[in-house]
Design a protein around this ligand. Sequence first.
Ligand code: ADP
Ligand code: ZN
Length: 435
Amino acid sequence: MERYYQKEIECAPVEELKAMQNAKLVKQVKHVYEHVPYYRDLMDKKGVKPEDIKSTADIYKLPFISKADLRDAYPYGLLAVPLSECVRIQSTSGTTGRRVVAFYTQHDIDLWEECCARAIVAAGGTKDDVCQVAYGYGLFTGGPGLNGGSHKVGCLTLPMSSGNTERQIQFMRDLGSTILCCTPSYAAYIGETLKDMGLTPNDIKLKAGIFGAEPWTEAMRKDIEASLGIKAYDIYGLTETSGPGVSFECSEQTGMHINEDHFYAEIIDPDTGEVLPEGEKGELVFTSLDKEAFPLLRYRTRDICVLNRKKCSCGRTLIKMSKPMGRSDDMLIIRGVNVFPSQIETVLLEQGYTPNYRIELDRVNNTDTFDVYVEMSQEQFSDTVKDITLKEKELASALKTMLGINPKMHLVAPKTITRSEGKAVRVIDRRKLHD
Ligand code: ADP
Ligand code: ZN
């Protein structure tokens, strides 16, 4: 039976949700205009006043805000309450550049933790569960967000943070952890370590995992589910909007329900900024409807996905977003062809390889070089050199079919590709050094 943390919201009639969004948006725009000079300037430049925004149908009139604005306004430029009202800051991982800091009042923290609690309950969590949080703690939002959500649900919370993988497994066994929260790449590594320790999923009590903070494929999901004996749920979020819990997966595992009472989502054409109809692929844009300290209006996430409001078997009425296919700035342009690392991952896992790979790009004589290093399993490694060369050819050809360009394949020995305890770094692009 499906359980909910806040059923009255999660399963509310869509019209009710929309009315709630309209009322909150009007209030939020006013709050921001009055308290954040940076926004007021942007809105004045566009000739739009708070009174012009009467419902979400008017939202297109507002200017976008981007990561560049956040960096511009660093650190206090977008703060909408006096600093004395704030109780916490968190910061982005800085995956794609300088870090961004976000501020929270106690109200903001409570709402954020409730969003995470919804995700934990959707994954089957109750107060009888033992929730092991192996996301990094500190400025990164993963650890603190899921930690807070786990408390709200009433789980026994293990604030492990990431790293020290054998100890993670030891605690998991000693304390009978039933839910694991971490990045999918770290979950894969924990699964691999379990096997290396001579253990199987029967030696642990895990039943569910809540994994996010980076893109991961369906193939990777199957792998993790098998190696840990669990059902793996996706969770999405970003520091700018609070952290994990902006959206979360339910038992249907076909996309993540957006917490629409707190976030208004749009999909836009990343080139023109035009709002696209539901069901079309584009860049995800969020407006936080409830945040006091750091409320962003029309924040461009650069994450590419699709929204849909098809009826979900879990009973939730919240709109769903597809797994982000990667960030618009994750996309590699190699010899003029668009390539997402997730496409490469899908092929590797389909062909029976591990998700341990690295993409290296460089430029030689004005031509891009494209090398893919993939780790072999112990069994694959015991093949003869001739077999390995053949396998490299097969893999290169499968990738060529998917991507349209030919990579240079390198199958490497087991355990030679660095494992990730947080967000995986899979691309080394040396071409930038020459620009
Ligand atoms: P940074 O941008 O420095 O990595 P954050 O730690 O705030 O900062 O990460 C937010 C980003 O992480 C999102 O914009 C998105 O690109 C990625 N992300 C978060 N959750 C997921 C998920 N479940 N699937 C894919 N990508 C995700
Ligand atoms: Zn659902």
